[in-house]
Ligand binder design. Structure first.
Ligand SMILES: *Cc1c(COP(=O)(O)O)cnc(C)c1O
Length: 421
């Protein structure tokens, strides 16, 4: 459930009418609901009630400072995958002991930054990375808590670009080699082995791959403990999928996922970490856009919007489906018509949907892309010198711009023409 609902025939975000925000900030823009973010975080936090745990929000899904602060104030930790995300977490006031550093290619500079600012743990993904972190820690005279991310060779049955738990993927070390690699980690100075880590992919709509992976991690935990490692934490990653098309998808609920965690690793007396991103932020955000033109083509009608693939790249990158709704609720019984919904960017990949049934549309109408709070703003670019679109946060009856639209001058002034030119 989210907080984007029609009221008196107009789409609202919590208690604010979407056209009111559009009039204030201009289109297109991202719009997030604080109540929805809060609700989703709590589903996990309460779902793991009774087990020692920390819900670490995967910041790569949505890294706006206001979103991070809101979740951190509720008690969330953060999962970061770059020095930039680490800096964002610290800037939003997240203490180092609640930041988990993940990612397949951390540089020494990023490691140093995390060790200086404080970090809960570093999730290591390879032997060379392990050696590098050891060197950095020793050079700084500190010891850093680490886990090793294992690759369980489980098919997450999700889109190939976001599947990470098969042996052919670049992530983690094969679970078959885990005991060797843990022995090596334990022998390295500057590292303290404190746990195990796994993350098998994103947008999983079935619990079976999680179950398979978590059972493997449970038995690995027992083996590693028998080998003498102090496995105190089990980081189970993120990846729980959300319903993008409300009508025909019913991914498992967070409560079911949390029950699965209890069943598979609950007996191990370890602190559980999870790293949900999409499930917390995805349905907590929409992208609001305006119809610029309705264009009749040969056998097709196009809705040309003022947002484009640079603003929301998921449809062109992953062929993802986003529900697109009219901000003015269609009258009951109104006849729907098929439209190709596209942006103004100069390539055919700039298509959000083909032959999508929509109420009859006119230039100036507002539409909203649902489920746009995750992997939306964070993946946007300024292709075609289209300014990054603003982000707005609603809480109850108030709203605030949490990232403004840059001006053309701000964009242009980032470039430098060398003196010799
Ligand atoms: C992407 C990622 C996540 C979050 O995935 P979601 O599908 O957004 O929940 C968590 N952990 C790691 C290591 C990731 O790379």
């Amino acid at each position: 459930m989210d907080h984007f609902l029609y009221r008196d025939g107009v789409l609202h975000a919590e208690d604010v009418a979407v056209p009111e925000i559009a009039a204030a900030v201009g289109t297109p823009f991202y719009l997030y609901s604080a109540a929805t973010l809060t609700r989703h975080y709590r589903l996990f936090d309460e779902g793991l009630d009774g087990l020692p745990h920390l819900v670490c929000f995967a910041m790569k899904s949505n890294s706006n400072q206001a979103v991070i602060k809101l979740l951190a104030d509720l008690g969330a930790g953060m999962d970061v995958v770059s020095g930039g995300e680490y800096s964002r977490a610290r800037a939003a006031g997240v203490p180092g002991e609640r930041i988990v550093f993940s990612g397949v290619g951390k540089t020494r500079d990023e490691m140093r930054m995390a060790l200086e600012g404080g970090v809960r743990q570093v999730n290591l993904e390879s032997e060379p990375e392990m050696a590098a972190l050891s060197e950095v820690a020793v050079s700084m005279g500190v010891t850093v808590p680490v886990t090793v991310r294992v690759n369980p060779d489980v098919d997450a049955k999700t889109h190939e670009k976001i599947s990470t738990g098969k042996s052919e993927n670049k992530f983690g070390i094969p679970i078959s080699r885990a005991r060797d690699v843990y022995a090596q980690a334990a022998a390295l100075p500057g590292l303290t082995v404190i746990g195990v880590d796994v993350h098998i992919g994103s947008q999983l709509t079935d619990l079976a791959p999680f179950e398979e992976a978590y059972r493997l991690v449970a038995s690995l935990t027992e083996q590693l403990r028998a080998d003498g490692h102090d496995i105190r934490r089990i980081d189970l990653g993120g990846g729980l999928g959300i319903p993008y098309a409300r009508s025909n998808e019913a991914p498992p609920l967070p409560t079911e996922y949390c029950d699965l965690i209890r069943r598979t690793v609950g007996h191990l007396n370890a602190e559980i970490e999870i790293e949900p991103g999409r499930l917390i932020s995805g349905n907590a955000g929409i992208m609001v856009s305006k119809v610029i033109y309705v264009k009749s083509g040969e056998g097709r009608n196009f809705l040309i919007l003022d947002s484009a693939m640079n603003d929301l790249i998921r449809p062109s990158m992953y062929s993802s489906y986003h529900e697109i709704v009219a901000v003015r609720e269609p009258a009951p019984g109104v006849e729907m018509a098929p439209y190709d919904i596209v942006g103004p960017v100069c390539e055919s990949g700039d298509t959000f949907a083909r032959e999508r049934a929509m109420p009859p549309a006119a230039a100036g109408d507002l539409v909203a892309f649902r489920s746009a709070g995750a992997y939306g703003a964070v993946m946007s670019s300024e292709y075609n010198t289209r300014p990054l679109i603003p982000e707005v946060l609603v809480q109850g009856d108030q709203f605030a711009v949490i990232r403004p639209r840059p001006t053309f001058d701000e964009i242009i002034n980032r470039d430098i023409i060398p003196e010799w030119l």
